[in-house]
Design a protein around this ligand. Structure first.
Ligand code: MF3
Ligand code: CO
Length: 266
């Protein structure tokens, strides 16, 4: 069942979404070669606690951490652990918060030092594809219009692999609501979007093959060819004419620029 949010609910969702953005901007300040991914997860846990929010992912279908940290060939749902980041790594940090009865859920991919040129382009194009999708996320359009825009910009234009097994989703009092938002599909298909629908749009784009597999831990999704994958996610509310982006990359990007350990000039 598709749930539409009223004005008050949308403002509460904006608070949850912006807390995720704020947390990601704080993460951007501490990233450096040598930091372990579990240290990042612990940092996220304490920051959310200080801000009166619950990490949405912890215990979600048994998920055992506060965040998903997906490095290089890990597409999504990477377990934080003792791995220490190194120069040239790309790292997607995905955070969910539950506050005031609503979830925020989004992700950002950071570059530790300067990766290879083909990886840089993948990061740039994946972020662009998210905004191409958001352009189509307006009242009266269909969900497939978003999917098509993302696939066109990534698979058609650059030959990248668009992951089929994982999709974006509705967001609200539950972390996963209807409708599903695939990153591939046909224009003019899927349900018609109406004002008050909140979506988590999240392209997961591979440098090589679109094929992925899940590790024996039951969560970690990796590319079959072990080439890198990039993940960006925004929370957007459907409006007439132009989507209202509830999350905020500007504070993350500002922190990313300030941190000399991160490459952001792509
Ligand atoms: N952004 C991811 C999603 O939409 C996060 C879920 S991870 C989980 O599915 F651990 F909570 F499952
Ligand atoms: Co999501």
């Amino acid at each position: 069942m598709t749930k539409y949010k009223n004005k008050e609910e949308i403002e509460l969702m904006r608070i949850s979404a912006q807390l995720v953005s704020k947390t990601l901007s704080e993460v951007a300040k501490i990233l450096r070669p040598g930091i372990t991914t579990i240290a990042i997860d612990q940092f996220i846990a304490s920051f959310l606690k200080e801000n009166g929010a619950i990490p949405s992912f912890l215990d979600y279908h048994g998920y055992p951490f506060n965040s998903c940290i997906s490095v290089n060939d890990v597409v999504v749902h990477g377990f934080p652990g003792k791995y220490a980041l190194k120069e040239g790594d790309i790292i997607s940090v995905d955070i969910g918060v539950y506050k005031n009865g609503f979830h925020g859920d989004h992700a950002y991919t950071f570059l530790i030092g300067k990766p290879a040129d083909d990886v840089l382009q993948l990061v740039k194009v994946t972020k662009e594809s998210l905004y191409k999708g958001i352009e189509k996320a307006v009242a009266g359009n269909r969900v497939g219009d978003i999917s098509y825009a993302i696939q066109e910009h990534t698979e058609k234009k650059y030959g990248y692999g668009v992951v089929r097994e994982l999709v974006g989703h509705g967001l609200g009092r539950s972390m996963h609501e209807d409708p599903q938002v695939p990153n591939y599909g046909r224009r003019g298909t899927g349900s018609v979007m109406k004002e008050g629908l909140v979506l988590a749009i999240e392209p997961m784009i591979n440098l090589g093959t679109k094929e992925v597999y899940t590790e024996s831990d039951g969560w970690t999704v990796r590319t079959k060819d072990h080439k890198p994958s990039v993940h960006f996610e925004h929370d957007v509310c459907i409006k007439k004419g132009k989507a209202d982006i509830l999350s905020d990359y500007s504070i993350i990007e500002a922190a990313e620029k300030e941190n000399a350990n991160l490459f952001s000039d792509y």
